[in-house]
Write a protein that binds this ligand. Structure first.
Ligand SMILES: [Zn+2]
Length: 656
């Protein structure tokens, strides 16, 4: 997996900059066009053919060099900065499958190279003014600047502009930006050349860059030839996070209401983990754990204004760097780039507060991306707040609340602060209504996910697609009436989440009862996709648990933690039988999950001792996590501010 750091760095550079087939093609095309542009140099008469040939080669290279550098830079930008223009070209050229995607990138590469290479030649032919490598270099510099500006603009438009790439507003903004960037680049290159006089791009400098360009080209070609080709048969990955979804509310987890026929079918055809634990009881730290394989205390995103630091590597980054297309469609709020979810070429957040029927919009956008832009292998992440409060299912999914209609509650407008206000005054009927509305939202979400599931199975690469469904936490209802309807506790109602995996190579109908953690998912997925894991995780691969044959229960324990400002760190640990909570050092609760799965009878409160092995493990882990957290919080500046529109989104969900 990993060897000498320098070798790894070289591999990384090669993969990022030169390893992509289309980049090699672009470089070759640019070099050829540059040579063609310099054909006059080749034709210059000379007494000795060998000298003439060598001089022609050198001078041709001198013109080709800046062009090749332009295209290498462009290719690098395209890889490092997700670029809507490259994507758009691919989209058009590969439209309706007229062209094979591989052929498309060749055509695109040739087009870019030809544009860069023929410009100097054309200018030379028509004006006679562009007679030297120096002039060609000026033009190349302008093209380079233009591409650079275009790519940066494309990157920011991707982030800030909510419409799809083909929307008229997008196209108008693109056109305006490309025009402005082109004018700016041309003016700047001209000024630079005038300012630096005749020494700008001297022959020696151009010669040196020619050598550099040919060396780059050689490295690129050899990496492509000998570095092992990309295996494009690698499975796709679709990861669905249904925010606030309790495991026990799905049919396949034993719920007595038919809330989830589609997810149940997925579980029947794949693997269901019966005891998966989320590492935090609320959205932001839990999702960062899901996407980094790290405990909250390790990744350090623990407060509502924190942002994931770039040194932490995400699943999306690893997959993108290994050649996957990556796209995320989320319900916004804490699933917003403001919090630093790095690694996405496309990240579209659709605020739940603005669109009550949020899951349908998110799924529509994801299905549209699958149909138009996805190119295998890809990683698609879909997130929705649909089952998060307020609970307000459409009438056709509101199937379970009839018996509770006498309750005066109007759940459609209620979030956690509203429930907190009524805390202690909710009746059985009220709880019945809240839970029935919640179940209705699950039914709706399950129905709304059907088009996504069928779009995946209808794709050519559908049989090579790994589908994962999970959640970031559950919700406390009538389970623990000492606490309001919310997700702050570490009881099973809040941290026991569904986890279903289905796809190539996975056994159908397997149920894994080991205590697993959501942080185990990332190493497991990399393992299943055959992508080397370049960093260390708190989780570990669950692949050994996926063998359908009988095996010893190897996975013993799962941790969760709730970190709040000015409150003691609250942690829990479960194994297949026991659940131990530590609200603060020395204050424990213990439940027997086999005899008392709803955690009604605290055994410590009843006078029992905490099993010493369990306590020792909790304390050992807690010590380590505390040290990690202290390291993460040390030197951290005052909490950042959230911008007003994001704060509004979060308030609509009951946060802040
Ligand atoms: Zn959440």
């Amino acid at each position: 997996m990993s060897g000498h750091p320098a070798l790894d760095a070289f591999r990384h550079l090669s993969a990022e900059v030169l390893g992509e087939p289309q980049i090699g093609m672009v470089v070759v095309a640019a070099a050829l066009c540059g040579a063609w542009a310099a054909r006059d140099e080749f034709a210059r008469p000379s007494p000795r053919p060998l000298v003439a040939g060598l001089r022609g080669l050198l001078e041709g290279s001198a013109v080709a060099a800046p062009l090749a550098l332009v295209t290498v830079t462009f290719a690098w930008i395209a890889v490092v900065l997700p670029n809507r223009y490259l994507e758009l070209s691919l989209h058009y050229l590969a439209a309706r499958e007229l062209l094979d995607p591989a052929l498309t990138v060749v055509v695109l590469g040739a087009a870019v190279g030809a544009a860069a290479g023929t410009l100097p030649a054309a200018a030379r032919a028509f004006s006679g003014r562009l007679a030297s490598p120096r002039d060609a270099a000026t033009l190349s510099l302008a093209v380079l600047l233009w591409l650079l500006l275009a790519a940066i603009g494309g990157f920011w438009l991707n982030r800030l502009e909510p419409h799809s790439a083909l929307h008229p507003v997008s196209l108008l903004l693109d056109a305006l930006w490309l025009l402005a960037a082109g004018m700016g680049a041309w003016l700047f290159a001209r000024r630079l050349r005038e300012a630096s006089g005749s020494r700008f791009m001297s022959r020696r400098l151009v010669g040196a860059s020619a050598l550099a360009a040919w060396a780059l080209l050689g490295v690129g070609l050899s990496v492509r030839t000998f570095g092992g080709g990309r295996d494009d048969d690698r499975p796709n990955l679709v990861l669905v996070s249904i925010d606030t979804l309790r495991a026990d509310r799905l049919g396949c987890y034993g719920h007595d209401r038919p809330t989830s026929p589609n997810l149940d079918r997925l579980a029947t055809g794949g693997v269901r983990f019966s005891a998966a634990t989320a590492q935090a009881p609320w959205t932001l730290p839990s999702h960062v754990s899901l996407l980094t394989g790290l405990y909250p205390s390790t990744h350090g995103v623990v407060f509502g204004t924190d942002r994931l630091v770039p040194r932490v590597t995400t699943l999306a980054e690893i997959l993108r760097d290994s050649g996957y297309r990556t796209a995320a469609f989320t319900g916004g709020g804490y699933l917003n780039l403001r919090f630093g979810y790095q690694g996405w070429e496309r990240f579209i957040a659709r605020p739940h507060s603005k669109e009550r029927r949020n899951v349908e919009k998110v799924v529509d956008a994801a299905v549209d991306w699958l149909a138009t832009e996805a190119r295998p292998p890809f990683f698609l992440f879909v997130h929705t707040y649909q089952v998060h409060a307020p609970f307000d299912p459409p009438a056709r999914d509101d199937l379970f609340s009839g018996p509770f209609s006498a309750s005066p509650l109007k759940t459609a407008g209620m979030t956690a602060p509203d429930f907190a206000q009524l805390h202690g005054r909710l009746t059985d009927l009220d709880y019945g209504l809240i839970e029935a509305k919640y179940d209705g939202e699950i039914h709706y979400t399950d129905r709304a996910l059907a088009p996504l599931l069928s779009a995946i199975s209808g794709m050519d690469s559908g049989s090579r697609t790994l589908v994962v469904v999970t959640s970031d936490h559950g919700e406390n209802f009538s389970d623990h009436r000492d606490f309001p309807v919310d997700h702050r506790e570490l009881y099973e109602a809040v941290v026991h989440v569904p986890l279903i995996l289905a796809g190539p190579g996975l056994p159908a109908g397997l149920v894994v009862d080991d205590a697993v953690e959501v942080v185990d998912l990332m190493p497991t997925l990399l393992d299943l996709l055959g992508v080397p894991a370049p960093t260390a995780y708190d989780g570990e691969s669950m692949r050994p648990l996926l063998a359908a044959v009988s095996r010893p229960q190897s996975r013993a324990t799962a941790f969760s933690e709730q970190i709040r400002r000015d409150e003691p760190r609250y942690v829990s640990l479960r194994d297949p039988r026991w659940k131990l909570l530590q609200r603060r050092p020395g204050l424990y609760e213990l439940y027997d999950l086999v005899a008392d799965p709803e955690e009604r009878h605290d055994l410590v409160g009843a006078g029992a001792d905490v099993p010493p092995g369990l306590l020792a493990e909790l304390l050992r882990w807690d010590r380590r996590a505390r040290a990690q957290l202290a390291k993460n919080l040390a030197g951290r500046e005052a909490p950042g501010e959230l911008d007003e529109s994001l704060a509004r989104e979060l308030r609509a969900l009951g946060y802040l």
